[in-house]
Design a protein around this ligand. Structure first.
Ligand code: ZN
Ligand code: ZN
Length: 357
């Protein structure tokens, strides 16, 4: 954790604060190691404080980095944090993305008049976007586990099983291999249902001659994976095949654009241009990709609105799609690491249109 704390401390002067209050549980885990559901930290050059309540006394002793002073709050966590704040802190940064208006009010009430609160924005999220080698290995392992789960479920064939049955089989296959939970609810969307990018699996049997969008991810050791494949159940129409080839072309081209220094908008534009040139611009309504780590959606973002620039150590998805309402949907998604030598794809599954009848 110490490298992470050092990187955070370097950012405090920019926030004009002497310490930062960490209340997001994901950011708390990232900085302290704590995986429980109640806690906070105050971090500055003169303070490394972790506060939780009595339910987490033992767990926090085992998990929280030894560099932190650990306090079990008798009442409110905020009150305990305020009491332990050193005199040197006159401006305390807080995570405005994660604190409610009510919590902010309570915090101001508890702090001495001498302590001002300043918004930290997504300072810690920006640190999390640059993965350490150990984090890359965890995401690689989660991704491999997810790959194996699809291979197993594909062997059983899709035709005649409901979308929900296939989604449950995917969940079972991931959990059997050690996934603690899913990155998100598995999407299995056949035929016209595939035109909904965030489709819910239905109690409807998958037919022959359809495209099936499968979007799934496993969480292992706290880190997520995310992948999409679009599979075919036997012979599909020429139009469906053309859309598949178009999305694959856009996906391969934009993957190659994933490199340090490239803008999120620029990489998105590579796929968008190919899809628009084929007349399907309006059928690709979402962004190209997103960062993946402790959360399945995190910084940086690849989209037509993104302001992010890719850096070595980012892990992002590249997932163009074309959705024809009432007909079909195609999405192809890989997980990619930005390395000094270019993109390194973590997903190990084929992107040739595969028959799962
Ligand atoms: Zn996905
Ligand atoms: Zn995704």
């Amino acid at each position: 954790m110490s490298g992470r704390i050092e990187r955070l401390l370097e950012r405090l002067p920019g926030l004009q604060a002497e310490a930062i209050l960490v209340t997001s549980l994901v950011n708390l885990r990232y900085l302290t190691g704590f995986t429980g559901s109640s806690g906070l930290a105050v971090i500055g050059p003169d303070i490394r404080l972790f506060v939780t309540d009595f339910r987490y006394e033992e767990q926090s002793a085992a998990e929280v980095d030894g560099g932190f002073e650990r306090v079990i709050a008798p009442r409110e966590l905020f009150a305990a944090a305020g009491e332990h704040l050193p005199e040197s802190v006159s401006r305390l940064a807080f995570e405005d993305t994660h604190l409610t208006v009510k919590q902010h009010g309570r915090l101001s009430e508890l702090l001495d008049d001498r302590v001002g609160l300043v918004a930290a924005g997504e300072t810690i999220e920006a640190l999390r976007a640059i993965k350490e080698p150990g984090e890359i290995e965890r995401i690689r392992a989660a991704s491999q586990l997810a790959d194996e789960a699809l291979r197993e479920v594909m062997e059983q064939g899709f035709v005649g099983r409901t979308e929900r049955e296939v989604a449950l089989a995917m969940e079972r296959a991931m959990r059997d291999r050690g996934a603690q939970r899913l990155s998100f609810d598995t999407i299995i969307a056949a035929g016209p249902h595939g035109a909904l990018p965030h489709a819910q699996p239905r109690d409807v049997a998958i037919g022959a001659g359809e495209l099936v969008v499968v979007d799934w991810g496993a969480e292992l050791d706290g880190y997520c994976s995310d992948c999409t494949r679009t599979l075919a159940t036997g012979e599909i129409s020429d139009e469906a095949r053309q859309v598949y080839e178009l999305v694959l072309e856009a996906q391969l081209a934009s993957l190659q654009a994933v490199r340090a220094g490239a803008g999120g908008q620029e990489v998105d534009g590579v796929a968008r241009q190919i899809i628009a040139a084929a007349g399907h611009g309006e059928h690709f309504g979402h962004g190209l990709g997103h960062g993946v780590g402790l959360e399945v959606h995190e910084a940086p973002t690849l989209s037509f609105r993104a302001k992010d620039t890719l850096a070595v150590g980012n892990i992002v998805t590249v997932e163009p799609g074309v959705y024809l309402p009432g007909q079909l949907g195609v999405r192809i998604e890989d997980l990619v690491v930005v390395t000094a030598d270019g993109p390194e794809i973590l997903t190990g599954l084929s992107k040739e249109l595969t028959d799962v009848a």
